[in-house]
Design a protein around this ligand. Sequence first.
Ligand SMILES: Nc1ncnc2c1ncn2[C@@H]1O[C@H](COP(=O)(O)OP(=O)(O)O)[C@@H](O)[C@H]1O
Ligand SMILES: [Mg+2]
Length: 414
Amino acid sequence: MEAGALTTLQDARMYDVAVVEPDAPQRMRLAARLSGARQLESIEALVRAMRPGHGLVAVFGPGLVGPYGFQQVHRLTASYPELGAIFAVHQLTTDILQQALRAGARDTVVLDDDGFALGQSVERVGSLLSSGQARAAAAAPTPAPMMSQSVSPGRLIVVFSPKGGVGKSFLAINVATAMARRTDERVALVDADLQFGDIAVLLGIPPQTTLVDAAAAIQYADPELLRSLVSRHDSGLLVLPAPVEPVPGGAVSPQDVVAVCGGLQAMCKYVVVDLPTQFDEYVLALIEAADEILLVGNMDIPSVKNLKIGIQALDLMALAGSKLRLVLNRANVQVKLDVREIEQVLGLRAEFPIPNDLAVPIAVNAGIPVVMNDPNSAASRAIQNIATSLLGPGGRPAAGDRQRKSKFALSLRK
Ligand SMILES: Nc1ncnc2c1ncn2[C@@H]1O[C@H](COP(=O)(O)OP(=O)(O)O)[C@@H](O)[C@H]1O
Ligand SMILES: [Mg+2]
């Protein structure tokens, strides 16, 4: 084994170090900075050099920083968990950083003269590999450096429903947008539905980097990196979408997603999360971490039944009773369940009713949140009530808030 002298003796026994670079002089320069590293001229040579089950830190040189290199490294990192990939670049741009992360790289290092940064990176990635699963390392408690950025972490607001199609994403998008427009503090929206997430589509944001990238990046505890992965919507809202293609279950662990939210909470006053409709650890972890839970249902019997089952299955009352806030969406549809009956069945006050409103599908077709597309619509005004409550005294009033104060809410309640 030829692990470099720069690693500790103990680590040296646990992983190999290789430099992969087609250009021979460049390859030698890189290897010189990592004394003892193997020199390989191609990705094929690297595959031949790999020993199954044995950790290998591979530094990919500038000759592989490009579409071909990213693609090949992506294939490798997907098949060999024991490979710790590092890109060594002349110049680091956000674009390169994002592509490197997508390729599964653990780090991207700018080449300096003495190779100190590279040596440190190899050491860090190597010890990640030897401490067993990198995933376990990533799942370690929320990165401290990020949390120390702000005095107190932002509030985590999750939107949940045990059933799809009730308006969960509509609610998450519009509440977050309304909040972003009424405060100077940062507001983030996370699409945590990795199977059916559609926030990117609904907001017209190309999901170049997603929650999956953020989960891969969270182990670096680097606020700049996390910030570079988040998109900005016209409303000022920061958005972390889900990938367009469904992601296999388990690709992002509950700990990772909570850590990503923690990272965002360190830089944003409010983080709104659209949860999937599953009853599992992933959802439970976020519900547990949340400061407020908007529980969304419709007013028909199947929907109320699903809410009841969801509350029981997740033991939500025990876990999060005081954090639960019931939102009855499309509340004026003529199916007529009495609000009071619903409250009794669920043991929750129907705090926020939202009417069925044609302005909603019109806004969806325009790719603009209804609170921006038609701020005076009944649905927008109902959403503003929720935003007001979540913002507390710090929020600005919504445009036109005072004169039309939710007639609808009053008519439902009494
Ligand atoms: N208050 C409302 N009025 C009219 N249409 C609505 C309302 N709420 C949601 N919708 C529509 O219902 C459909 C499902 O909403 P969506 O937010 O995608 O549900 P979920 O995320 O729970 O699956 C969407 O087409 C949405 O535009
Ligand atoms: Mg949805």
